[in-house]
Design a protein around this ligand. Structure first.
Ligand code: NAD
Length: 349
């Protein structure tokens, strides 16, 4: 392994700074410098002890820099990535990789042409809650799964910065939708047959401030993926239903949930008295016919993302976040946008 990889970070806002903190905790890699168009962010970077370049070109022409991490608003990912690749650098690009699949295809093409690694920071594949749900699915804990729901919901409206302006690639589909769809596609290894999408404009007319996507997979499994910014009461982040049981993660913490499984026939149940009659169908299961289980635990480490970038550069591993998988999510988002515009279900794959 090369002694120390040096990363140049372009865009030192919230996420650029976050990359610098992650990199500081990884062996054999360090931040070589940053570039940002905002003087305040340059000052902040210097305060944190980083070298600040005067221009992006200056950073790209520094032979000490091996990898450029692109952490600017979405509209600039394509030009900044292409320039870095052409300057002979490897590129880690923030999500969403680009504004659309054409830009993404161009970035992949240029990376191949230049023989450099181009990879997208789909970091939420390293999140513990995702890994817990994936483990439950992979181990068949719930029997055949017929429904999967994945949500993040807030009530602050869409942020008033570039995220609410279409020309910068604003909107919640590109912001959070890309994460949740990516996780869903990683979790369910099936073809998607149908896509239906509804975009919300509760607090912003120009950019979607909420997204719901319904995906019908080849087996008939339905996935509901939702991003919302006007929900004062939240639904669970993860909810999975199988023939033999259900699993839930309620919020941001990977252990905030449970699995409930059937361990026998439902049998006779005590009817529930409802407002205008009784129901046996909806009565709770007898406790002796179900098993309540804690969620499994998983080991995960976000630092493995950059570790994989380094070993991939050295030809020792495959890229953890394959460009094909990123492209599939882009095609899916485009199908979802098409569905929302037509207000119709569209075919996919
Ligand atoms: P931000 O507004 O906090 O920071 C963006 C920074 O980029 C600003 O400091 C701005 O001055 C700078 N900038 C803009 N154009 C530039 C250019 N051409 N050259 C150099 N600097 C430029 O935004 P953020 O929240 O840090 O988001 C940045 C990117 O990171 C977005 O693509 C976003 O989707 C992504 N992001 C990813 C995650 C994640 O979990 N993967 C989380 C947050 C943000």
């Amino acid at each position: 392994m090369k002694k120390t990889y040096k990363v140049g970070i372009v865009g030192f806002g919230g996420q650029g700074y976050s990359h610098s903190k992650t990199i500081a905790e990884i062996e054999n890699i360090e931040v070589g410098g940053i570039f940002d168009i905002a003087d305040a962010r340059i000052d902040f970077a210097r305060e944190k002890g980083f070298h600040a370049y005067k221009s992006y070109d200056e950073m790209l022409s520094d032979p000490e820099i091996d990898i450029i991490t692109v952490a600017t608003p979405n509209d600039s990912h394509h030009p900044l990535t292409v320039a870095a690749l052409r300057a002979g650098k490897h590129v880690v690009c923030e999500k969403p990789a680009a504004m659309n699949s054409d830009e993404l295809a161009d970035m992949i093409r240029v990376a191949n042409e230049c023989g450099r690694i181009f990879t997208v920071h789909q970091n939420r594949r390293y999140d513990a809650d995702f890994r817990v749900m994936k483990k439950i699915y992979d181990e068949g804990e719930l029997g055949p799964v017929h429904r999967f729901e994945r949500r993040v919901q807030g009530c602050n409206g869409i942020p008033k910065d570039w995220r609410s302006q279409p020309e910068f690639g604003g909107g919640m589909m590109l912001d959070w939708g890309v994460h949740l769809l990516d996780q869903t596609l990683q979790l369910i290894p099936e073809k998607i047959k149908k896509v239906y999408c509804r975009l919300e404009h509760v607090t912003n007319e120009l950019c979607d401030d909420g997204v719901t996507v319904w995906l019908t997979f080849e087996s008939g499994l339905l996935a509901v993926v939702e991003v919302a910014t006007s929900n004062f009461i939240e639904l669970p982040h993860w909810y999975m239903l199988g023939r033999d049981g259900s699993a839930i993660i309620r919020g941001w913490k990977a252990n905030d949930g449970e699995i409930v499984k059937s361990v026998g026939e439902a049998g006779e149940v005590e009817p529930v008295l409802t407002a205008s009659g009784i129901t046996k169908t909806m009565a709770p299961r007898r406790e002796d016919t179900i098993k309540r289980m804690e969620l499994p635990t998983v080991e995960t480490d976000l630092r493995d993302f950059y570790r994989n970038v380094m070993t991939t550069i050295e030809g020792k591993t495959e890229q953890a976040i394959s460009n094909d998988s990123v492209m599939r999510v882009f095609k899916l988002m485009e199908a979802a946008f098409r569905s929302a515009e037509l207000n119709e279900t569209v075919d996919f794959e």
